[in-house]
Unconditional design. Structure first.
Length: 80
């Protein structure tokens, strides 16, 4: 669970500038007919972070219950 949260943090940090770059490419390629002013505020970033980390924790908790019940020996024998 810790490793998944670590990857979520890295993805969130790298996703903000990468997302802005992709949005800029979309705006430049759309021409003059499509005009939207971007608004990236601290509130938007914090709300997005809260949603992402909440979903990540919920998914981790759901899968951790299934992983605890998983018997690796039987799973490996099943492949043979």
């Amino acid at each position: 669970m810790t490793q998944n949260l670590f990857f979520t943090v890295i993805g969130f940090i790298l996703g903000i500038p990468l997302g802005l770059y992709i949005l800029e490419l979309m705006w430049m390629s759309s021409g003059d007919a499509f005009y939207i002013v971007p608004s990236l505020t601290v509130t938007n970033v914090l709300l997005t972070a809260a949603i992402i980390f909440t979903l990540s924790i919920v998914v981790n908790l759901m899968f951790s219950r299934k992983i605890k019940k998983l018997n690796m020996v039987e799973s490996l024998k099943h492949l043979e």
